[in-house]
Design a protein around this ligand. Structure first.
Ligand code: THU
Length: 134
């Protein structure tokens, strides 16, 4: 993926971060997921007073894409604190692996980001292949 495709994803992640519901952590996160057909789905984190009921930005973006019938993806951009390259949490890595999202773009801003492959940040994953071996 070249930078002309990456920038719009980061811009969308920054935009949707504004809608984050994060009154407990005060850590807003936005995510923008690029489907294989070029459509983009966004999500922000949504917290809950019962903390484990909270949902991350990445899984909300994936949920919207799946609900719209998309199953193949090219990349996801994630933007949290402007001081950090926010990395997906362990649960989100597992969910990103389920749908083979190959490229993870962790941004501080639309011009400042790091690129990771899913393999790099989630090696030796538990996959559907394991179930076939039982
Ligand atoms: N969070 C995300 O939405 N995505 C990440 O990649 C890391 C963490 C959220 C969960 C919680 O609402 C807040 O950030 C602080 O952990």
């Amino acid at each position: 993926m070249d930078s002309k495709d990456i920038r719009p994803l980061l811009v969308k992640a920054l935009e949707v971060r504004k809608n984050s519901y994060s009154p407990y952590s005060l850590y807003p996160v936005g995510a923008a997921l690029l489907a294989e057909d070029g459509s983009i789905y966004t999500g922000c984190n949504m917290e809950n007073v019962s903390y484990p009921a909270s949902l991350c930005a990445e899984r909300n973006a994936l949920g919207s894409a799946i609900a719209d019938g998309k199953r193949k993806f090219r990349a996801i951009a994630i933007v949290g604190s402007p001081e950090d390259y926010t990395m997906p949490c362990g649960i989100c890595r597992q969910v990103l692996a389920e749908f083979h999202v190959p490229l993870i773009l962790c941004g501080k801003s639309e011009d400042d980001y790091r690129t990771y492959t899913l393999e790099e940040i989630f090696p030796a994953a538990f996959t559907a292949n394991e179930l076939k071996k039982k």
